[in-house]
Structure formats: C-alpha cells, structure tokens
Design a protein around this ligand. Sequence first.
Ligand SMILES: [Zn+2]
Length: 419
Amino acid sequence: MTTDARMRARLLATSFVGTLAMGGVTLAMTAPEPAEAVPVAPVVEEVAPPEPPRFADVVHTISKGETLGAILPRYGVTAIQGVVDAASEHTDLTNIRAGRDLVFTYERDVPHAVALRYALDEDTTLVLDLTGDAPASSLDVIEYEVATGTRALDVDGSLWNAAIDAGLRPADIVRLSEVFQWEVDFNTELRAGARFTLVGEELHTEGSFVRLGDLHAVRLENDGDVYTAVQYEQADGTLGWYHPDGTASKRPFLRSPLEYSRVSSKFNLKRYHPVLKSARPHYGTDFAAGSGTPVRATGDGKVVYASTNGGHGKYVKLDHAGPYTTSYSHLSKIAVKNGSQVKQGDLIGYVGSTGLSTGPHLHYEFRVNGKAVDAMNVDLPNVEPLPESEMAGFAQVRDHWLPQLDGGKDSGMAVVDAE
Ligand SMILES: [Zn+2]
C-alpha cells in the first residue's frame, strides 16, 4: 500500500471519531479500529465496512432547575425511583447539581441507556447499571500511586498562571493560597519573582501526575519576605498550619473578603476628593470585582447589621471577638440575617453597586474600638500557638519536612518532577 493510501485510510478512520453537540447534549463516539486501506484499483484487499461502535456515551449537562425525573425518560430510562433508590446509599440523586454531567452509555441495538455515571467528586464516580430488572449502583474510585515530591512555582505573572504551567489544577492553587491567606493578600501583595515551594503527596495514575494530595510543608518567598508553614495534626485531631516556631499561620481575620480581585481604592484618611475639591477620607478599602462575586466574612463573628444603610447601600456589619468590627458595603444581595453567627470564610453577600457607588465594587472597613484602620496593613492578632505538650511531636514533623523544602529550592528548576 502506498503512503498516500495509508494516509487516506487513516483520515477515513478519523472521521468516525467525533463529537456531536446538540444543545446541552454531547455525543462522544469511540473510534473503531482504524480501517485498513480503502484501495484504489486494482483491488488487492477485501475491506469490510467498519462496525459501528458497540458502546457510545451521551453526556447530559444538567441545567438549572432540571430534575432527574425530567431527564431520565429522555434517555429511555423510566425506573426513576429505582435509580434514586439504588443510588441512595452513596448519594441523593434528587439533589443533582446544575452544571454537572450525567453520562449515559448506550449499547448497540438497545433502545435505552444501559448505564449512567455521575461524578461525586474528582476521584469517585457513581455508576448505575441499568441492564437488569432493577437499577444497581456501584462506585468507581480512582486508585492513585502516591509519591512524596517537592515542587517550586515561580510566579512571574499570576499565581494562577504559574500553577497551571506547572501542571496543577485550580483546586490545588486554592489550597496553596489558603495556607498563607491570613498573612498575604494574593489579590494585591504577590509580587513578580515570588516563589512557592511545596512538599506534598503527588498522586499519579499510570505513571503520570494527576494532582496534589496532602501538603506537608509550604514556603512562600515574596517581596523580600519568607513565609514557611508546616501542616501538623494535634493529638485531638485538629489539623492546622504552623510556622516553624509553633505559632499558628491561621489568624482570626482573612486579609481580604474576596478570593480574587484587585484593590481599586486604598484606605486613605487624607483622600482628596476630585469633585468636592477637599479632603474626604476613605475609611475602607475598595475591591473591584464583578457584580455577584461572593463576599466572605473575614473573621468569626455576629451579624449586627444586615440591611440598607444610606450611601453604603446593602450593607453587612460584623462584630468580632475583642475590639474588632468589619463592614461590607454596596452589596447586590445580602446572604445573612441580623443576629446570626458567622464563621470566617462564610458567604455573607455578593458584590454589587447599591448606595453611593459608580460601579460594582466592595467597600470593606476594618475598625478597632470603632476607629477605622487600614485593613491591608493592620497587624492582625494571632491565634493560640501550639500547646507545650504538642511541641515535641511538632518538632519531629517539622524537622522531617523542612529539609525537603530546601531540596526543592536548590534545584533551581521551575518544576521539580517527582518521577
Ligand atoms: Zn470605598
């Protein structure tokens, strides 16, 4: 067979592999074995037409408000309660989430889907066998090979890009930034040239890196400052990040109420107002963010105001332990009730532009004994360090992992491969 004929045969085979998208439904076909050459005269080989694939998957992306009862019959599955019952030991399928996928598998000559797959988390998929009289369920769990590795990420643009370039996933990036979220505001304080080094479990399947597992130690070098933290589990099961001296990396306050954003106007007691042509202090920090961006409580506390408040628009004020209060202005929507308790990181509302505001942003105030201070620069109080009884155990864990952080650093590579 000539190279040309081979190429044509390959192209023909390729045309069977394809994705057919119709509305929210994507039909993915598995390729048959590449057909042998389609011969040009003279005929030298008999070629059977390719068999259609025996199994094909149809992906249904759940839209808002869609129920299982509405979706299943469209794929020929009528035993709706049977499916819910079979799944119930693993998950509640009456509570399916918009945006997630249901994957229906069809078998040739069978008029209804023969299997349904629904991912419960990134490693676990619920599988429903629909071939028998009653649906049956099982879990498909990815088994990883686990290795300990050291990686370094050089941040030139954003942490996000550096991590993606290093093969990490968005969820890994969030976990990394969470280690130092009390000390560094990643929206505003991460400088070009910053470097993350981490020691942790690296999860592989068939020899290739998939994602990070548990992290053991992380270091951030940023703008001349070095932050180091080691994860440690206390005897009572409390898991936390600690500095090498045993003080907690956690603080009673997050630096920023938004996960990703930028500061558009700083705290400034002498701000000159361009319109009023006079000093008009800015008692808070403005974060530019799209309308609807979730706003987090920066610390544990009690909601003491959750309503409209003049120029502040929709406004939430929290009273925290000690002399501290925080407030959040111009919200599009308030997500808490006056008098309720919130935990650090809880959703309290969404960014908006209500009240005296020219566009969507969050005006955030941090007050000590009622006096406004710069939330981005105030020295935040510490939480309790490790108790004396834990120090020996902590020292052992610390001294095991910290040298490995240095090992990663010395390599001078952007990514130190664990393989
Ligand atoms: Zn403001």
